[in-house]
Design a protein around this ligand. Structure first.
Ligand code: SF4
Length: 186
């Protein structure tokens, strides 16, 4: 019976898809084995009602763009544990795009870049903000001296407010180039 099901499946789906399904099935079996071993358990009624005891709701905004949609961040012991839309936010009025809806995962991501970094000798090294700014300004100055103002391109960000975009434009003009554009253009 099992063999005929296996053969029927193999005949109807590609090898790659079959392998993916087999991996998922193995993971599911392993998970249920853990549950049966008492390693995992069902949540209690109290835990379902209040999964993060002692948490507080903090009003914040999505940082993915300068619209600044409202988010309620539920924080427990300094860790962002759950998010909700801010229904009373004056701009987003309880709305979000998909980037804002996933803000909690971006903030908690293991691959999130939290500090300026530089790769030296094949290895990543943390820099202070002052050191990073010094290095960037030295490179800009050297490019300007060696190749002229048009050797640099200034690319803005959708995270910038109108005021920040204004200063960014001024900065490119001070450098002496019209090579400037906005990330949202692409
Ligand atoms: S990225 Fe989306 S959710 Fe975030 S501020 Fe911009 S529009 Fe709002």
């Amino acid at each position: 019976m099992l063999k005929s099901t296996y053969d029927a499946l193999k005949a109807n789906i590609g090898r790659r898809s079959f392998l993916k399904m087999a991996a998922i099935a193995t993971a599911a079996i392993a998970t249920s084995a853990l549950a049966n071993d008492g390693i995992t358990r069902s949540a209690t009624e109290q835990e379902i009602k209040n999964p993060f005891p002692g948490s507080e709701n903090i009003k914040t905004i999505c940082t993915a763009c300068s619209v600044g949609c409202g988010i309620i961040a539920e924080v427990q012991n300094g860790v962002w544990v759950r998010q909700e839309v801010a229904q009373d936010h004056p701009i987003s009025l309880g709305g979000h795009c998909c980037k804002g809806a996933d803000m909690i995962d971006m903030v908690r991501s293991e691959v999130r870049l939290k500090h300026p970094m530089v790769k030296e000798g094949g290895k990543w090294k943390r820099l202070s903000w002052d050191e990073a700014l010094d290095r960037i300004s030295a490179k800009l100055k050297s490019a300007h001296e060696k190749f002229g103002a048009d050797s640099a391109m200034f690319l803005g960000s959708a995270k910038m407010s109108t005021e920040q975009a204004y200063y960014f434009r001024k900065f490119a003009a001070m450098y002496g180039t019209n090579n400037i554009d906005h990330q949202a253009r692409i």
